[in-house]
Design a protein around this ligand. Structure first.
Ligand code: HEC
Ligand code: HEC
Length: 343
């Protein structure tokens, strides 16, 4: 038996509730129409951007396949693109590093060449080619130098996946955050040449625990997994055309990120001077040689001062371009061309 009295009462309560809710929505809409600035303000307070928690999100079944494949390629590069790749045609990377050997925390760490926001900053001007370059060109720059390998095809599934992952990391990032997380850190180049003796001391104290005395790092038991601690020089590392082979760039990276898990950009362990000497030390050893480096920087004025290979637009020696002191070279470009250089 249906009790119509109770039913009518319930329906009435629900209808009254709905009318009340609609009234609140309409009043709200009316209010924000009259006061659009209030809406802007409330939007700003709710969209506080947080970097993604990559590992947690990757376990999520709803992650796009391209993004997941990009993540795998970037964090396990040796397995998919390196000398160990199953398909010989995919062996485009020449060493067993991972992209994330230098772009730490899956490319998501501020001060470690973070990829959050990176796809928004390209295309951008590149001094190395003296032309506008796309994100794909930039990735290929690291393929040919940091990975001592060959370019990926721009339209390949691998290239699309890498960019998809970077896009995914960048979702919703505000402009001022892009500037904040990108690059490494500031470093005041000391007005002296690298002291290799000091560099070796710092290396022994702060680095050999992981990268080993011979700088060759430590391999995973199953080398398909690559390195636990990557090598810093020798045959299986970045080539001499890489950014990391410039003393000032390496010093900036090291200051913000090494020793691993101890140093952060906000709380570095090494002083500017220590980072500088140890950067010189690791780059004093032999590593693979890139061909045609003399074609880099068609406008020689734009060549970073610590690029250790010629030609240069100035008369400083090759030795000084490799090991400093850099302040006189920086001062020369400031005075002659009004170009401010930091690396
Ligand atoms: C040996 C270290 C190293 C490795 C390995 C490496 N990179 Fe880089 N990467 C760098 C350096 C150095 C820069 C330039 C940073 C600078 O000049 O501020 C850079 C810059 C970049 C940039 C541009 C970042 C920006 O903010 O403009 C992208 C994108 C990039 N790398 C992608 C990759 C990819 C993809 C791989 C793997 C295929 C890779 N990198 C491997 C060292 C490395
Ligand atoms: C606690 C271990 C540890 C210590 C100590 C340490 N590193 Fe590293 N380093 C790493 C790891 C791990 C990576 C790569 C990150 C990854 O693969 O996730 C790395 C990456 C690097 C890279 C970029 C990758 C490459 O192969 O060139 C450089 C350069 C580097 N370290 C230099 C140094 C220097 C210089 C010191 C001493 C001041 C140092 N590290 C101390 C663990 C360490």
């Amino acid at each position: 038996m249906i009790n119509y009295k109770i039913l009518t009462k319930r329906v009435a309560v629900i209808i009254a509730g709905l009318i009340g809710l609609m009234a609140v929505v309409f009043i709200g809409l009316y209010y924000f129409q009259e006061h659009p600035e209030a809406l802007k303000k409330s939007e700003r307070t709710i969209t506080i951007w947080q970097p993604r928690n990559v590992d947690e999100d990757m376990a999520n079944a709803f992650i796009m396949p391209d993004v997941k494949y990009g993540y795998d390629l970037l964090t396990q590069t040796q397995r998919y693109l390196g000398p160990q790749a199953e398909n010989p045609q995919m062996r485009l990377s020449g060493n067993n590093l991972k992209c994330t050997s230098c772009h730490l925390d899956s490319g998501n760490r501020p001060g470690s060449g973070s990829w959050a926001g990176v796809t928004q900053r390209y295309p951008s001007f590149r001094g190395r080619s003296n032309a506008m370059g796309s994100i794909q060109d930039r990735i290929n720059g690291c393929m040919e130098r940091s990975m001592n390998g060959e370019k990926l095809d721009i339209d390949s599934r691998e290239m699309r996946a890498m960019v998809a992952y970077m896009d995914w990391l960048s979702e919703g990032i505000p402009e001022d955050e892009v500037e904040n997380v990108s690059g490494y850190t500031n470093l005041e180049p000391p007005n002296m040449a690298v002291d290799l003796g000091k560099g070796q001391q710092i290396f022994t104290t702060h680095c050999i625990e992981c990268h080993q005395e011979d700088g060759q790092g430590l391999k995973h038991e199953d080398f398909k997994d690559g390195y636990v601690y990557p090598p810093l020089w020798g045959d299986d590392t970045f080539n001499d055309g890489a950014g990391m082979n410039r003393v000032l760039t390496a010093a900036q990276f090291i200051k913000a990120n090494m020793p691993y898990l101890l140093a952060t950009r906000e709380n570095p362990v090494l002083t500017d001077e220590e980072a500088y000497h140890v950067a010189g030390y690791i780059n004093s050893f032999k590593r693979p040689e890139k061909a045609n480096k003399d074609k880099d920087y068609p406008d020689l004025k734009l060549k970073p001062v610590s690029t250790p290979y010629g030609p240069w637009e100035d008369d400083f020696t090759a030795e000084q371009h490799k090991f400093g002191p850099f302040p006189p070279i920086i001062a020369y470009y400031k005075e002659k061309y009004d170009i401010k250089k930091s690396k």
